[in-house]
Design a protein around this ligand. Structure first.
Ligand SMILES: Cc1cc2nc3c(=O)[nH]c(=O)nc-3n(C[C@H](O)[C@H](O)[C@H](O)COP(=O)(O)OP(=O)(O)OC[C@H]3O[C@@H](n4cnc5c(N)ncnc54)[C@H](O)[C@@H]3O)c2cc1C
Length: 615
């Protein structure tokens, strides 16, 4: 695609990549590619008015943002780090999320899967850049989140203080409402605290993030079970609206002989105890059943308590739903993986677990999940030594306690995209409503519900919420607060794909990987295993971002315009690049734009007598 790349000096190419272009008049001789131009002719004959097509700056949507369930302006904060303004980058991030340091550590980063750089030399390390920003002191400043509106006098109750409840509380506070959270556990945080182990998400990081939400005036009442101590119906009577975000943390039963032994735990129970500092006794040989993230977290936690740990999984590693790098790290830490095996029964002698009888499986045709199904192999049973077993077969939603009233049960089973139920004032989000179970999805659901609650409380039904959805994906709270005044909320905005870019301007650059503290001694240490980026690493990684779809002022269109017709404008302007009357519609600028931020479009000769500004 790039037809002129080879005529650039390395220095000029760096300007193009980093968007730090100088106006053509200030370029040194070796920064300007040789080309024939007659300025005098151009000046005297503004024949641009005869053209059929013209270039126009058109902001495209970067796929990282389109893929972020939270709705973070990923390209925005990454490129602002690249430009060296980390405070503004932190503020851009803060505009869409209350939990940047948390997501910067544990998010499964769908943004990185969507990143166009995957097709060149590996995605940009977005999660680590988010972590870098989330750990900066700017987030501690009192004005990082100031209430966007005067107090409305409305009161909202939230059941559950996981990421869904916290995100909704944060967004509602920004919108001027008063929020009270009811949490049944002794401390807030949901699975961020009671599920995800501290070696991935240190407790002090989480409590700092929750502390900031409390500082906004959100009251968190711990030890209150909604459904028991506080009836949902009573909450609906006493508050203007109720948001349910009680998660899905009930363990699936394993149902094998011996599963009532005291050395049998559920992953959630085990991890919850471990995070409270009372690591349950596992003995020497601990077996984990399952292949998901809870299984790997339980295994790595048990390993830290000194046990030999084996994960037993009925398919192969390739089919394990757990996150790839988590499995890698677990294996590096010395955890064994017994693939293609299903548990048959636990062997108990004198009340103590001594082993688990298993049956081998082989892989058959794909099942509903798309993965090849495990088929038991008759007569292949074998025994693994076991002094304890952790059941990590997955977690399910438990609605019973919360919704003894069947009206509520029905209402909470039929929610729209915004978490609205058919009972006035009742909303829900996060794991509780099904769908993807991740921290980012829970935050996104909390934000969406906050926007829907806001509209409900203010009695506004016009101006549909759909206009705050970015490119058919996540919702933008920043856009909502600005009544839709946001580039990324433009109707019909196109998500930029790799094929739209001009990648020849971006040389291969290796991704900055995070340092890891692995192979720890079994010393009960839950210290964090990954270290974050230094400022230099964060900037270097941000430099890899293509800034898909956005003009970074790289200057290529100016350099290549044979007529000198591309005029830079105020960076705040939506039409960052405009083209004066000398433009003859040749399209070289569009062809050369590295980021697909320009389009050619027909000139409407009657109404649109091309922008006729002259330099
Ligand atoms: C072991 C494990 C590891 C995970 N690791 C990751 C990861 O690395 N990255 C990722 O993106 N996702 C991960 N997840 C998934 C992620 O944690 C969840 O998707 C997310 O926490 C859901 O948020 P939530 O707010 O909906 O629910 P939760 O985090 O479950 O919070 C719900 C809260 O409601 C409270 N509650 C429940 N019932 C009541 C009641 N009746 N009254 C009052 N309070 C109540 C609970 O005590 C809890 O505090 C993991 C899950 C598990 C189990």
């Amino acid at each position: 695609m790039a037809i002129h790349k080879e005529i650039f000096s390395d220095e000029a190419l760096r300007h193009v990549r980093e968007g730090s272009a100088k106006p053509p008049g200030q370029l040194s001789a070796d920064e300007i590619p040789p080309m024939a131009a007659s300025w005098a002719n151009t000046e005297k004959m503004p024949v641009g008015g005869w053209k059929e097509n013209r270039p126009r700056y058109l902001r495209g949507l970067s796929p990282c943002l389109a893929h972020c369930p939270v709705g973070n302006d990923v390209e925005g904060f990454v490129s602002t780090v690249r430009e060296g303004d980390v405070e503004s980058a932190a503020r851009l991030l803060a505009a869409e999320t209350p939990l940047p340091a948390t997501c910067g550590r544990v998010c499964y980063h769908p943004c990185e899967s969507g990143c166009n750089r995957v097709q060149l030399d590996g995605s940009v390390g977005i999660r680590a850049i988010e972590r870098y920003l989330g750990d900066l002191p700017y987030f501690d400043s009192a004005n990082i989140w100031s209430q966007a509106r005067p107090a409305t006098g409305k009161n909202i109750a939230i059941a559950g203080s996981g990421p869904g409840g916290l995100a909704s509380a944060w967004a509602l506070s920004l919108l001027g409402h008063k929020v009270e959270i009811f949490e049944r556990k002794p401390e807030p945080g949901g699975l961020l605290l009671y599920g995800i182990p501290a070696y991935r998400l240190p407790k002090d990081i989480l409590s700092k993030e929750i502390g900031r939400i409390k500082d906004m005036g959100v009251r968190i009442n711990c030890g209150v079970n909604v459904g028991e101590a506080k009836e949902l119906s009573k909450l609906l009577e006493s508050y203007d609206s109720v948001f349910v975000a009680t998660g899905a943390a009930k363990s699936r039963d394993i149902n094998i002989k011996g599963d009532n032994n005291k050395a049998v735990y559920s992953a959630i129970e085990y991890l919850s105890e471990a995070t409270s500092g009372n690591i349950p006794e596992t003995g020497r040989e601990c077996i984990i059943i399952g292949g998901g993230n809870s299984a790997v977290d339980a295994a790595r936690s048990a390993k830290r308590s000194g046990a030999n740990v084996t994960i037993v999984y009925r398919r192969t590693r390739a089919e394990m739903p757990a996150y790839e790098t988590e499995i890698d790290d677990a294996l590096k830490e010395g955890i064994q993986l017994e693939e293609l095996a299903i548990p048959l029964e636990l062997i108990v002698e004198n009340g103590s677990l001594t082993g688990m009888k298993c049956l081998k499986t082989k892989l058959g045709e794909p099942d509903d999940s798309g993965r090849r199904s495990p088929i038991p192999v008759p007569g292949s049973d074998f025994v693994i030594p076991a002094s304890s077993m952790i059941n990590a077969l997955g977690e399910i939603i438990d609605k019973e306690e919360l919704t003894k009233n069947s009206d509520f049960q029905n209402a909470l089973s039929e929610l729209n995209h915004w978490g609205s139920s058919n009972i006035q004032g009742l909303f829900a989000g996060g794991d509780f409503v099904g769908g993807d179970r991740t921290v980012a999805h829970a935050i996104g659901g909390g934000k969406r519900a906050a926007m829907a609650i806001d509209r409900f409380l203010l009695g506004k039904s016009a101006n549909p919420l759909e206009s705050y959805i970015v490119g058919g994906g996540p919702a933008s709270l920043a856009g909502y607060l600005k009544n839709g005044e946001s580039d990324v909320l433009a109707e019909g905005i196109k998500t930029i794909q790799y094929k739209d870019l001009n990648p020849a301007y971006f040389p291969n650059v290796e991704r900055e990987e995070l340092a890891k503290v692995l192979d720890q001694k079994p010393d009960n240490s839950f210290r964090e295993v990954e270290s974050g980026y230094t400022p230099e690493e964060a900037k270097a990684e941000a430099n890899r971002c293509f800034s898909c779809g956005r003009c970074t002022n790289c200057g290529l269109c100016q350099i290549f315009c044979p007529e000198g017709a591309a005029v830079h404008r105020d960076p705040q302007s939506k039409e960052l690049m405009i083209f004066d009357s000398h433009c003859k519609g040749c399209g070289i600028c569009v062809e050369e734009c590295p980021r697909c931020a320009l389009v050619m479009e027909p000139v409407n000769k009657e109404s649109d007598v091309v922008k006729t500004e002259t330099q």
